[in-house]
Design a protein around this ligand. Structure first.
Ligand code: GLA
Length: 719
């Protein structure tokens, strides 16, 4: 709900579990409050910061800008903290003074060309600086069923000359006090989204990506939590960007005893020139809040994503259970090698066979073929049809891998259009995985991709697509783009990418699309708007997956994570883990298999059907349940996820004991989130406990004599 108290000039935005309040003072839109719900109507201006000593610059009759919390802090009038917005006029002027003009309530708010949260109520507040010739419309979307606020900004050149944007972050948020910790997710290939916690101090700490992708290096997310906050207690604030290209998030412990959290499009190698009347939209930044620690913050993000970001046509529907041939065959396949995998899937509950990389162009290894989206006839002389028919005969659907943004120099596409690959004049373009990136800021390149991919989809019965992207951009430049798109090439790439998704993903509503990027290197809310699930990591080892899925769950719901059972010894790290453990860990997301089913030992092949039945029985928990992380594998020897249905009638608990210990102590993982007054029957042990007992005492877990990486799964039902 959005209300405006004219007397006190206070905006109050009330969503589920949150209040966000702002006030207009001396024409400045000031932040007042974000956190647990409070009553609207109190005079929050009483809490406005006092002026510091007389050495701070201030507009006569007002408090120094360095003391207050502007909703859209811009550079030039005495706020020396990190600004959300930086502009430059034609003569190089950087001073900006944005003042409140008015507001409107917007229905069905949608940002042009950018993924946008839906299903909320949006307040749009206009600020303007007639001297600089700029207006900024700030958007705030609140939701009835998720403790989150989605923010973005629309910048307009209202002057007579050109206006250069040097920084256009999506939002800034000042939190009271300095006593916070910052939590971010760093990583690399096969080691994505590892949590890192550090005290916020005075000065600025930033995380970013300059890769023209959200990246595995850092995820576009930051949590600022009270220093004493734990998994289950303490105030926790989070920021996640609905964006898939280069980004930056900063947190600043400020001189006046507040903490500023802000971020958006990376301002590294970024500017954008607006002619008079032109506008620029930033992507959305989503702020979430929980009084219940980091776990509560994650559940806030999960609810937000499932209700207001991910495609409603798929988000809560049972997912395909796939078998993917990548780790089974890599590039080395033909019909005879693939048929046994398809045949072995029949009757197991696997419903989709996905043909991965290598089916197109002259693709026999990673040196050739990208860009040529026609069947590799040397491998598959009769095309895809025999495979599709084989799948259908075995009761399976058929899925196909694409990497539409890329091109190999050894490809017909590159030979015909060498200038379509991104390069910078004078430099030999660097290869990464022996490929180049197509300049999708160019309409003709996008048109080619759209027609090439859509042709394959329309000419074949394809139910599922895995959209991969296996390198980052170097020599960032577009020879064809207009100058003001060259200035912000990384952002122009994002707009090109989202246009491709509109014209391929959304234009094929009957096809299920999974995102991927060299494993999980583009796992962000921008992608989740288009792709209901994303391949979480090329690391298919169940032990490493415990860590990766644990970190990923800080922001992204289990159903967003694509998780496969792979062969052992694991191809990435050589580890051997029990088959049951691999299934248990892969069941904590959108599950599937990534191995040669025909070569499995009998007992594992027989177990697949049973495992898939178990998964389907409780898939609703993965699709819509509340996740409680009950054991942290980064700080102990146990991984634990408890997923509780929204009505708290059932739950599954998955524990993985990482390394075996001798003379191990009994563990009692505490299980919050159940109905404290209800009794729960635990299928596997036959015991019944009250919810409060399970929350306070914990579930007894005997880990004596458990070998390395042993999993246990418990199903709890309310009785
Ligand atoms: C990436 C993906 C893998 C696989 C290969 C194919 O690494 O993450 O799952 O599709 O590309 O080349």
């Amino acid at each position: 709900m959005i209300s405006f108290d004219e007397k006190n000039a206070i905006f109050t935005l009330t969503g589920k579990g949150t209040t966000y309040a702002m006030g207009v003072v001396d024409g400045v839109l000031e932040h007042r409050y974000f956190g647990a719900p409070i009553h609207a109507g109190d005079d929050l201006s009483l809490f406005r910061g006092e002026a510091a000593g007389s050495f701070e610059a201030r507009i006569p009759g007002t408090v120094s800008q360095n003391q207050i919390s502007a909703e859209a802090p811009a550079y030039g009038r005495g706020d020396y903290r990190e600004p959300m917005l930086v502009f430059r006029g034609e003569e190089g002027e950087t001073t900006v003074d944005l003042r409140y003009v008015g507001y409107r309530i917007v229905r069905d708010h949608k940002l042009a060309g950018l993924p946008t949260s839906f299903g909320g109520e949006t307040l749009a507040v206009t600020l303007s600086d007639p001297v600089r010739g700029v207006s900024v419309e700030l958007f705030y979307t609140v939701f009835d069923d998720a403790p989150a606020v989605a923010r973005s900004a629309r910048i307009k050149n209202t002057g007579k000359g050109k206006l250069k944007i040097l920084r256009a972050y999506s939002a800034a948020l000042d939190l009271p006090g300095n006593g916070y910790d910052l939590i971010t997710l760093y990583g690399a290939w096969v080691r994505e989204r590892m949590p890192e916690r550090t005290p916020v101090r005075h000065g600025v700490i930033s995380v970013d990506s300059k890769r023209v992708s959200s990246s595995a290096t850092e995820n576009p997310f930051a949590a600022v939590v009270e220093r004493t906050a734990t998994e289950n207690a303490g105030r926790a604030y989070g920021l996640a960007l609905v964006y898939s290209s280069s980004w930056k998030i900063s947190v600043e412990g400020a001189q006046n005893g507040s903490t500023r959290l802000l971020g958006g499009i990376s301002d590294f190698a970024f500017s954008k020139t607006l002619s008079p009347g032109e506008t620029f939209d930033t992507p959305e930044a989503v702020f979430a809040f929980s009084p219940d620690g980091l776990g509560g913050l994650s559940r806030a993000f999960h609810d937000y994503a499932r209700e207001h970001l991910m495609n409603p046509a798929f988000v809560k529907r049972p997912r395909p259970i796939v078998v993917n041939n990548w780790e089974a065959t890599y590039f080395d396949f033909d019909y005879e090698r693939l048929y046994p995998i398809i045949d072995a899937a029949e009757g197991t509950g696997i419903d989709t066979f996905v043909l991965d990389d290598g089916w197109f162009g002259a693709r026999n290894n990673d040196s050739a073929g990208l860009g040529d989206w026609t069947v590799n006839r040397s491998k598959l002389p009769e095309g895809l049809t025999p495979l599709i028919e084989r799948c259908h005969a075995r009761g399976l659907k058929f899925g196909l891998w694409f990497e539409p943004e890329m091109v190999n120099p050894d490809s017909d596409l590159y030979r015909a259009h060498p200038d379509w690959a991104i390069s910078c004049p004078g430099y030999e373009p660097l290869l990464s995985r022996r490929q180049l990136v197509l300049d999708i800021t160019r309409p003709e390149v996008r048109d080619y991709i759209v027609s090439a991919v859509n042709r394959v989809l329309s000419e074949n019965a394809i139910d599922y697509v895995k959209w991969d992207s296996n390198r980052n951009v170097t020599e960032l430049f577009s020879s064809a783009a207009a100058e003001n798109d060259r200035e912000c090439f990384a952002h122009a790439y994002a707009l090109g990418l989202y246009d491709l998704f509109e014209r391929i993903v959304f234009a094929n509503p009957g096809v299920f699309f999974e995102g991927c990027s060299g494993g999980g290197a583009r796992f962000d809310f921008g992608m989740l708007y288009y792709f209901p699930q994303i391949w979480t990591s090329d690391d298919t080892d169940a032990g490493m997956r415990c860590l990766i899925q644990y970190g990923t769950s800080y922001v992204y719901p289990p159903s967003a994570m694509s998780c496969h059972v792979a062969a052992c010894p694991n191809h990435q790290n050589g580890r051997t883990t029990p088959f049951f453990t691999r299934c248990a860990v892969a069941h904590l997301g959108a599950t599937g298999f990534e191995l040669d089913l025909s070569k499995l030992p009998d007992e594992e092949r027989n177990a697949i059907r049973e495992q898939n039945e178990l998964f389907r029985r409780d898939e609703d928990l993965i699709l819509s349940g509340d996740l409680y992380r009950v054991a942290d594998p980064f700080s102990g020897n146990l991984f634990g996820f408890l997923i509780v249905s929204k009505d708290r009638s059932k739950a599954t608990l998955t524990l993985v004991k990482l390394l075996a210990e001798t003379n191990a102590e009994h563990l009692f993982p505490r299980l919050p989130g159940l109905d404290p007054a209800a009794s729960y029957f635990i299928e596997e042990s036959g015991a019944t406990f009250h919810g409060d007992t399970l929350a306070e005492v914990g579930l007894p877990f005997d880990c004596r004599k458990l070998g390395d990486f042993t999993a246990a799964v418990f199903h709890l039902r309310r009785v």
